[in-house]
Each structure stands twice: as structure tokens, then as C-alpha cells.
Design a protein around this ligand. Structure first.
Ligand code: IPE
Ligand code: IPE
Ligand code: MG
Length: 260
């Protein structure tokens, strides 16, 4: 049974609709094409339970799997997870090492299912700065799934939006200097071609968990007109039900893109 989000968060009893009823509602209205998620709150979830922060990341990984399944079953086209930022290297060595092992683990446990689901996995971020075993796993994910034509699943790992934008600017300057493009051709569309999200639609819906109301260097260019959805729920507690509620909320919004 589905509780309202407030009830879910507060753990109150009571239900209004079954999950199936909620699914029927969201399937009857156009879905967001691209959903991007800032999966925050793993550390606090663990701390509340007297566990090491890594236990929060392990539980968070399970939620990633659950939301991939939910998004794929719904028929969402693009799903992006912000998994590790360029700033997250500042964390304790043990935690960083643990986080860098997760993709290797995930490859072992989930590649088969992702292949079956026809999911195409892509990485956003500088892979070469990650440990070599991690890098290998990331490359293997991309290689093995590159012909898949279903859900596009992006993991932003060692991703920073300012880095991405600076890199694009440098590349554009170089191409102008080489005469490959003309200065006059530099517009929003061209800029999009130089970003890591090249070829992908901008996120329609950006979800952030854990009660933080900020974007933390995530897709700054791309989220110009995204609908933002924040919840106090910590990522390891984020269920498919909450995902559906976020989508339902998105579907009720009026997107004007500056028009009337
Ligand atoms: C999100 O959870 C995962 C990563 C940033 C890698 P956190 O680890 O940031 O959890 P909190 O915010 O400290 O609770
Ligand atoms: C954002 O979470 C990055 C990821 C979820 C990977 P952080 O926990 O790093 O963000 P801040 O430090 O609270 O802004
Ligand atoms: Mg955090």
C-alpha cells in the first residue's frame, strides 16, 4: 500500500492507494524522459545505526539496483546517478577505496541482468583518475552494453560540472583556433555537443535525497530547466514507491520554459 510521502518519511501508518494504482496513474501521463538523481545521505543513514559509513554505501547500492529496475520497467529513456563527485576525493582514504570498489562489485552482480534488460551503461566523468581495477570495470560496463538499445543508464563517477564546462570551453577554443568551427557557430546547441552528456536530453527531473537543498556541482548547464525534487529521505531508504511519487509530482507541474 502507498502512503503519502509525508507518511512514508514520518513512518506514519495509513495508506491511500496501492502501488499498482499509483503506477497506473503515472503511466497514463507522459513520463520524464531523463531522470537524474543525487543519491545523498548514505553516511548519515549508517551513522544513525551505529554502522560505518561504508554500510550506508552498501545499502545505497541496493537502492540503485531497485531504482534501475523501476525506471526500466516504466520505460524511462535515460536514468543518471551522481555516484562520486570530483570533490568526493577529499573523503577519508578508506571510504574512497570502498566507493571505488563498488563498480567492480556491481559489474559482477548486475551485468547479466542489465544485459537482459537491454540497458546501455555509460560513465560521465574522468575514468582515468580512478584506480585501475575500477577503471577496468567502468570500461567493461560500457563496452559490454554499448550495443544495447534500452534504458540509457549513466553513472557520474569522478564527475564535476565545472570541470565538464571548462573542458568543453577549452575544446571549443581549440577547434576555433584550428579552424574546425567558426566563432559564430558557438551557441547552446554546439556547447551541448562538447559536454559529457552529448546526445542525451537534458534531465527533466532531478531528485536529491537527504534533505540537502543544493546541486553540489551536478549538471549545471543541463539542469537549466529541470524540475527539482527534494526529499528528506536518505538514499538507503529511497524505495521505488518514493520514486513513483516523485514522478507523479513532476507530472503535476507546469513547465513553461519562460513562455506563458
Ligand atoms: C552519498 O552519500 C554518496 C556519495 C556522495 C558517494 P554520502 O556519503 O554523501 O552521505 P552523507 O551525506 O554523508 O550522509
Ligand atoms: C553529492 O553529495 C555528490 C554525490 C551524491 C555523489 P555530497 O555529499 O558529496 O555533497 P555535499 O558535500 O553535501 O554538497
Ligand atoms: Mg552527502
Amino acid at each position: 500500500m502507498i502512503k503519502s510521502l509525508k507518511r512514508l518519511v514520518n513512518g506514519e501508518k495509513g495508506s491511500e492507494r496501492t502501488k499498482e494504482e499509483l503506477l497506473e496513474v503515472i503511466k497514463s501521463v507522459p513520463l520524464p524522459e531523463h531522470v537524474a538523481i543525487i543519491t545523498d545521505g548514505n553516511g548519515r543513514w549508517a551513522k544513525m545505526r551505529g554502522l560505518p559509513r561504508t554500510a550506508g554505501h552498501a545499502q545505497g547500492m541496493k537502492r540503485v539496483r531497485e531504482i534501475i529496475r523501476a525506471a526500466d520497467s516504466l520505460g524511462i529513456k535515460v536514468l543518471t546517478f551522481y555516484s562520486f563527485s570530483t570533490e568526493n576525493w577529499k573523503r577519508p582514504k578508506d571510504e574512497v577505496e570502498y566507493l571505488m570498489k563498488l563498480p567492480i562489485e556491481f559489474l559482477k552482480t548486475d551485468l547479466q541482468e542489465l544485459m537482459k534488460r537491454n540497458v546501455k551503461v555509460q560513465m560521465l566523468g574522468e575514468k582515468s583518475k580512478t584506480p585501475s581495477a575500477t577503471q577496468q570495470a567502468l570500461i567493461e560496463f560500457e563496452e559490454k552494453t554499448k550495443e544495447n538499445t534500452g534504458l540509457i543508464l549513466n553513472f557520474a563517477i569522478n564527475y564535476g560540472s565545472r570541470d565538464e564546462i571548462l573542458h568543453a570551453i577549452r575544446q571549443i577554443i581549440e577547434d576555433v583556433q584550428n579552424g574546425d568551427i567558426d566563432k559564430e557557430q558557438v551557441n547552446e546547441q554546439l556547447m551541448g555537443q562538447y559536454l559529457l552528456t552529448k546526445g542525451l536530453p537534458d534531465p527533466d527531473l532531478v531528485i536529491r535525497t537527504s534533505g540537502e537543498i543544493r546541486v553540489s556541482n551536478f549538471l549545471l548547464w543541463q539542469l537549466a530547466y529541470s524540475e527539482l525534487w527534494f526529499t528528506d529521505v536518505l538514499w538507503p531508504d529511497f524505495t521505488d514507491e518514493i520514486f513513483y511519487l516523485a514522478i507523479e509530482d513532476f507530472q503535476r507541474r507546469s513547465r513553461r520554459f519562460g513562455a506563458v
